[in-house]
Design a protein around this ligand. Structure first.
Ligand SMILES: Nc1ncnc2c1ncn2[C@@H]1O[C@H](COP(=O)(O)OP(=O)(O)OP(=O)(O)O)[C@@H](O)[C@H]1O
Ligand SMILES: [Mg+2]
Length: 248
């Protein structure tokens, strides 16, 4: 499980995370919602140790990420796959090179095993035999799927999805939703999904957390989030301009 305790982070004197507390249980599909700029991507980067907090702790199965040595961090990161916001593919590299990037660096597998895994993961995301293509030849949805294939290369226990459906048409979005559900249910991956797409959130999630003004102001099940009277959460999930959330 993942335990986040009193996580705090400022950038250039501006507080972004002001004491985030959240627990994510194994096997769940945890949705994190919140407005643009509220710190969702920053929170995900803390979970995989890409960003160090100013204060607070994160534990992965009891091991502290936030104080881990480089060597321990390396070991902890193997439990994670991350689908970055915008997929983060290198345009100059082929699909194969993009998908294999992390594992080649880790030097965990030989080339034959890397090739086998690349083929397996591309097949899983519905893009078999696309190894030689360049990202410029792919649609937005295909790029996200290549990003997901990369995230799955190490058979992670946890996959972090940062805005997996943003910018995609509703049908392509739904294909991504189905892949997230498949990873969660068939592969037993714990999902952490940052999104403002509520259609996707309701479909793939079973636990919800809302980040607002640097803190988690709401946690609950899908049923609880649908029925909540919390004014900030209601305004967000209904996508209304009127309410306590101000337009900036
Ligand atoms: N490396 C950094 N250096 C300085 N400021 C940063 C850095 N990373 C994030 N920030 C700031 O932290 C705040 C939160 O950023 P973050 O990317 O987490 O937002 P977000 O909730 O993911 O937004 P969106 O929904 O638009 O993706 C922003 O004000 C951003 O400018
Ligand atoms: Mg973000």
């Amino acid at each position: 499980m993942i335990e986040i305790r009193n996580l705090q982070k400022s950038f250039n004197g501006k507080p972004v995370l002001r004491g985030v507390d959240l627990e994510i249980q194994k096997g769940e599909s945890q949705i994190i919602i919140g407005r643009s700029g509220c710190g969702k991507s920053v929170l995900l980067k803390h979970i995989i140790g890409l960003v160090k907090p100013d204060a607070g702790q994160i534990f992965i199965d009891g091991d502290e990420v936030t104080s881990a040595s480089t060597r321990d961090l390396y070991r902890l990161r193997r439990k994670f796959g991350m689908l970055f916001q915008g997929a983060a593919l290198f345009d100059s590299m082929t699909v194969e090179e993009n998908v294999a990037l992390g594992v080649r660096e880790h030097r965990m597998f030989d080339e034959a095993e890397i090739n086998r895994r690349v083929a397996e993961k591309l097949e899983l995301v519905g893009l078999p035999n696309t190894q030689p293509l360049k990202p410029s030849e792919l649609s937005g949805g295909m790029k996200k799927r290549v990003g997901l294939a990369r995230a799955l290369m190490m058979d992670p226990e946890f996959v972090l999805y940062d805005e997996p459906t943003t910018g995609l048409d509703p049908i392509t979005s739904d294909a991504i939703n189905d892949l997230i559900i498949e990873c969660n249910q068939k592969l037993g991956v714990t999902s952490i999904v940052v999104t403002h797409d509520m259609t996707s959130a309701y479909k793939v999630g079973n636990r919800f957390a809302m980040l607002h003004e640097g803190q988690v102001i709401f946690t609950g099940t899908t049923e609880e989030v649908r029925n909540t009277n919390h004014p900030v959460v209601r305004q967000f999930i209904e996508g209304r301009a009127e309410g306590p959330l101000q337009i900036d």
